[in-house]
Write a protein that binds this ligand. Sequence first.
Ligand SMILES: O=C(O)CCC(=O)C(=O)O
Ligand SMILES: [Fe+2]
Ligand SMILES: [Zn+2]
Length: 388
Amino acid sequence: MTATAERRPVLPMSELSDYAGGPALVRAEPASDRLILSWESGEQAAFSLNWLRDHCPCDECRHVRTRERLYIPLEPPEHAPRMQLIEGNLELEWADGHQSRFDAGWLYQRRPGQTSNGTIPARRPWVEGFRPVSVDHADFTGSAEGERAWLDALLRDGLVLLDNGPLADEEVSRLAERIGPLRPTNFGARFDVRSKPNPNNAAYTAIGLAPHTDLPNWRQPPDIQLLYCLENGADGGESTFRDGFAAAQMLRERSPEAFRLLSETAIDFRFQDEHHDIVWRAPILTLGADGELVEVRFNNWIRDTLHLPPEQADAWYRAYREFWRLVHEPHQQLEFSLAPGQMVAFDNRRMLHGRKAFNPESGRRHLQGTYLDLDLLESRLRVLARQA
Ligand SMILES: O=C(O)CCC(=O)C(=O)O
Ligand SMILES: [Fe+2]
Ligand SMILES: [Zn+2]
C-alpha cells in the first residue's frame, strides 16, 4: 500500500497529548497478527493488532470530552483488518465493521521502542564544585520559561534556588500552589522553621542539623521540600546540602558490603509527640527492580530502636558510619546562607539537607516551608511544554 501526497493530521488520541505533527505513513503491510508501518522519514515499526484495536481513537472507543478510554480489550481481533492510507494516515476496518482512523504522527510517537518524549529531564548526579541554578522570583511568576527553568533544574539537579522574592508571609504557599496543592504532614500543610519554646522537632530548635531527609518515618515521605527565607539575621544557620544519590553511589563503589547492608536492612523510624506516633520501617537506601537507587531515608534523630541481633547490629553500625562519613565529606557539600526573599527547593527523597547551629540571641532566623508531590511538578512541566 503506498502513500498519497499531502498529509492532513487527523484528531490525535487526545487533544491534550503532546502530539506535534510528525511524518506521514508511506506503507502499511500485514504480517500475521502484526501490521508493519513505514513512514516517509524512513522508520519502520510493527504494531500488534490487539494494540491497534485497543488504541482506536474514535468517539465510541474514547469518551468525547475526557478522551479517556471506553473500549475494553476483551475480544482479540479475529482477522487482520482491511487497511488503507488516506492522506498519509492509517485507516483500518475491523472484521465486525468498526473503523479506526489513526494519525500517522501519533503512531510515530508511540512506535514500539520509543519511550520518552524528553519533557522530563533525567537526574544528573552532582559532581564536585556543583553550583545550583537560581531563577529570579519575577521570572518564575512572570513567564513560562522562568517556571520551566526552575522545574527543569529541580528535577535534574535535585535542587534549585529562587532569588529576590518578597518578604511576605505565606509566599512559599503561593509559589507552591502554582504547581499544585500543598502536601500536608503532621507539621501542617505549611510550617514555620524557627527556634520555638516547646519544640516537637529538632528543626524547631537552634541546634545544628546534620544532613538528613524529612519524614522517613512516613510510608511515603514528601517528595519535594520548599524552604522560603523570611529572616536570617542570627549568627550561624547556614544551609547545607548533599546529593544523597551521589553519596550512595560513592559508597557502592568504595564499599559494596556497606552499601548492601544499608540497602537490605530495614530499620525503624519514628516520630512521637503529644498528638502523633508515626512509624515506618525501611532501609536507608531503597533500590528499584534493576538495583538502581530510588530513595534515601536518612535522619539520625528520628531513627528508632534498632531491632537487630548484636552481630548484625555491629555490621550495620559499621556500614552506617561509612555512609555518614561520605555524606559529611566537606568538598561534596554545598553550603550557603539563605538570603531573606530566597527560597530553596529540593528533592527530599534524593537530597540530604541540614543547617549549622545558630544563636537565637544574636538575631532572628525564620523560614517557612511546605512540600509538594513530584507527580505535580512533572505534570506542570508537561503542561508548560504544550505551549512551547
Ligand atoms: O532550618 C533549616 O535550615 C532547615 C530545617 C529543616 O531541616 C526542615 O525544616 O526540614
Ligand atoms: Fe529537614
Ligand atoms: Zn473505535
